[in-house]
Ligand binder design. Sequence first.
Ligand SMILES: Nc1ncnc2c1ncn2[C@@H]1O[C@H](COP(=O)(O)OP(=O)(O)OP(=O)(O)O)[C@@H](O)[C@H]1O
Ligand SMILES: [Mg+2]
Length: 239
Amino acid sequence: MTTSKPIISLQNVSKIFRTDEIETHALSQINFDIQQGEFLSISGPSGCGKSTLLSILGLLDVPSEGSYLINGSPTENLNLDQRAQLRCKSIGFVFQAFNLIGDLSVFENVELPLTYRDDMSKAERKVKVALALEKVGMDHRKRHFPGQLSGGQQQRVAVARALVCEPTLLLADEPTGNLDSKNGEAVIQLLGELNQQGTTICMVTHDSRYNDLAQRVVQLFDGKMVDEQVPIHPMAANQ
Ligand SMILES: Nc1ncnc2c1ncn2[C@@H]1O[C@H](COP(=O)(O)OP(=O)(O)OP(=O)(O)O)[C@@H](O)[C@H]1O
Ligand SMILES: [Mg+2]
């Protein structure tokens, strides 16, 4: 166990969704830290709050109560602009449905997050995109469009897009949910390799097979953290 300061810290985080008549306690009093270089997996039944938790970690939503700190700095008092900047700089997101833009080439999809930054020239962007595509083994398809790729290839491109800003944390919400088992395993293996190279990953998965790759599994049930397990497997033993 490392004693360094966590890069991510959730302190007593609760999330309540209020619609006309119903109040849903999606998350209740969640506490956990993520250390630099960790691979954390979040598991639990449908509706238990996994995506809500990932949205908060990804600065796409805010807690109703509690505190979320990135690199020791609280995030709750940031305005929309500051949140967007921090998200751009610190968070990479991989979704179940890939969410690539169909009218943009593979290269342009991966380049897109960099175009929101005003501190980077086109030439610098080109180098970063090439590196990210190389990392996921998709540089040979950079002129293709998403519709011309298999599901597994699209998800690899989505991983490259999430990585291109060199985020503090890579979040993945059911990244294998739309893939057959062969492509699913390949994407998980890719995440494992990226983690070995130093990327910190927090992944939600229904499939308990994939938990084996994580160093820590957080179990959610009805919005509460019920268990934390450390799987025993070769990759974790090497850390
Ligand atoms: N925007 C919202 N407004 C109201 N209720 C919501 C909203 N988002 C989520 N919820 C509710 O919060 C609870 C947790 O939802 P969440 O999407 O986090 O579950 P999940 O664990 O990701 O489920 P799944 O495994 O099916 O993806 C559910 O009861 C859901 O109906
Ligand atoms: Mg979900």
